[in-house]
Design a protein around this ligand. Structure first.
Ligand code: NAP
Length: 496
């Protein structure tokens, strides 16, 4: 049941003040949709000095998206002129700048404003938001658009602070460091490393890749769009819609590959092994690079130039664990010292503490960190009982291994617009998801999850130490869309 109060002409409405936290893809999408709905009573609080979130920060060489371009844009703001099938970071960031400009979002954004605490005040039914500089804001409704991949994770390695050379994380690439002719050590071999290693391998003297576990890598059907295709897309936008649908359906089908032991998962593994066979001839290297867990358990990587890069004579994949870092070398547990001028940490992100380090305090002084002690979870990935008028984009269990996260974001944005609409009723002070609804939803989700490879036997950033998958959605995105097509007020307690 939806209460579309703002849509009825005779019903009195109140202004809902909204604070959006973060100006990445989620925050920008939320703000653009609010503006399209004629709502201007919002502010975006952004930690950085520009929009873009992860696509602003991840500017390492070769950075790009492994979701096809035409599905990596909002359905309400299609980009007709993507230059290639899988866009690179500058083009995606340009798209974000375009959305910002078209919807006039800049005046709504407070840059360099890091939120440290959001606290719900029951008396006023307002969220009190505090920033790192001590500024305060008040809002009826908070939309956290912090994302899951915003805080780089660094390993804890003996002696790492003693290293005298240059060092940086791939998500904070230091373009001032000249890698030419240097001994470069890359720690990690995940989604980011496979993109920048092929870009730097010919520039450096020696490239050491410290691999903890191998990945499934399949080919990437990437190429530039031809001038003819671009002209057709520009002239007939309906074609773009059709193309988008085709991409969506193809990716949606790929979910079948993430069901444990399925025929499609075997196809993925076959494609991965074929790719390995094609490029890697050294039997020892082949053995090192062959995963011993089902495809998809960690993110399946797509690349055409990763294997050719690591097969180069100046590139070495090392599997002995790192014992320590000295002033000028990385020493592995087999006792070998690897001379190093530059260390690149490509060790992913802190994905478990979703909203950390921000403190979120709800009804009765309840701290969200305490509620999530045993692993984050939320109702439909967006709301948590006891935290009224607080919604998340790309929250717990909404990450995907097979389709576009922008599709998920749009489902969430539309759902939150229903919440805004509900709050516009002057009689409604807050809406709080019922615990029973949240529990039921998560019970079904985790039961579904057991069928998937994510629950299988490998460690990944999708799950916590106890093995609970806290990050991924457990089914087809169509199922999520169906559940999110409107906010069901029966699942919420309305207070007012
Ligand atoms: P990642 O894929 O999680 O890779 C991190 C790598 O670091 C893994 O190889 C991991 O080994 C290793 N590692 C982590 N901690 C370590 C430690 N203490 N010692 C040694 N090795 C360690 O991280 P990422 O490459 O930054 O990518 C993260 C996510 O960002 C991806 O899964 C994807 O969702 C997203 N991303 C997307 C794109 C895109 O094209 N859309 C591109 C880049 C990133 P283990 O595998 O053994 O844990």
């Amino acid at each position: 049941m939806t209460l579309a109060i703002s849509r009825g002409p005779k019903v009195e409405t109140k202004t809902v003040e909204i604070a959006i936290l973060g100006a990445g893809m989620g925050g920008l999408g939320m703000a653009a949709k609010l503006r399209r709905a004629g709502i201007d009573s919002f502010v975006i609080l952004e930690k950085g000095s520009d929009v873009g979130g992860t696509w602003r920060d991840n500017h390492y060489p070769g950075s790009g998206c492994d979701v096809p371009s035409h599905l990596y844009s909002f359905s309400f703001e299609p980009k007709l002129d993507w230059t290639r099938k899988f866009a690179k970071q500058p083009e995606i960031h340009d798209y974000q700048l375009h959305v910002t400009k078209k919807y006039g979002l800049r005046p709504f954004i407070r840059f360099n404003t890091e939120v440290t605490e959001s606290r719900f005040d029951e008396a006023s039914a307002l969220w009190h938001i505090t920033t790192a500089t001590g500024e305060t804001f008040k809002a009826n409704l908070v939309v956290s658009a912090l994302g899951q991949l915003n805080r780089p994770a660094y390993p804890k390695i003996d002696g790492m602070d003693n290293f005298r050379g240059e060092k940086f994380h791939s998500a904070r690439w230091d373009h001032n460091v000249d890698l030419t002719g240097k001994n470069v050590s890359v720690i990690g071999n995940g989604a980011s490393a496979i993109q920048f290693v092929p870009e730097i391998v010919d520039q450096v003297k020696k490239l050491n890749i410290f691999q903890r576990s191998p990945n499934w890598v399949v080919p990437k059907a990437d190429r530039p769009y031809t001038a003819f295709e671009q002209t057709m897309f520009n002239r007939f936008p309906l074609l773009v819609k059709l193309h988008r649908w085709m991409i969506y359906l193809t990716l949606e089908r790929n979910f079948l590959a993430f069901i444990r032991g399925s025929f499609f998962s075997k196809l993925f593994e076959k494609a991965g092994l074929k790719e390995l066979d094609t490029y890697i001839t050294d039997p020892k290297l082949k053995e090192i690079l062959t995963p011993d867990y089902p495809a998809g358990c960690k993110r399946v990587l797509i690349s055409n130039d990763w294997y050719p890069a690591i097969a180069k004579p100046n590139c070495e994949t090392l599997t002995s664990h790192i014992a320590k870092i000295t002033e000028n070398a990385i020493v592995t547990e087999d006792g070998v010292s690897h001379p190093t001028d530059v260390v690149i940490y490509s060790t992913g992100f802190q994905t478990m503490d979703f909203l950390a380090p921000m403190k979120v305090i709800g009804l009765g002084g309840k701290d969200l960190n305490d509620v999530w002690r045993n692993g984050a979870e939320a109702h439909r990935g967006v709301a948590v009982s006891g935290f009224p008028n607080f919604f998340m984009l790309y929250g717990p269990n909404t990450n995907l291994g097979h389709n576009s996260i922008i599709f998920m974001l749009e489902c969430q944005i539309n759902y939150i617009l229903d919440a805004v609409s509900t709050l516009q009723n002057p009689k409604v002070r807050w809406l709080d998801v019922r615990k029973v609804a949240e529990t039921e939803f998560n019970k079904e989700l985790q039961a579904d999850m057991q069928r998937t490879v994510w629950a299988g036997g490998c460690s990944s950033w999708y799950k916590n130490e106890a093995g609970k998958v806290t990050n991924n959605w457990s089914s087809f995105t169509a199922k999520y869309w169906w559940q999110m097509r409107h906010l069901d007020l029966d699942e919420y307690a309305l207070v007012g």
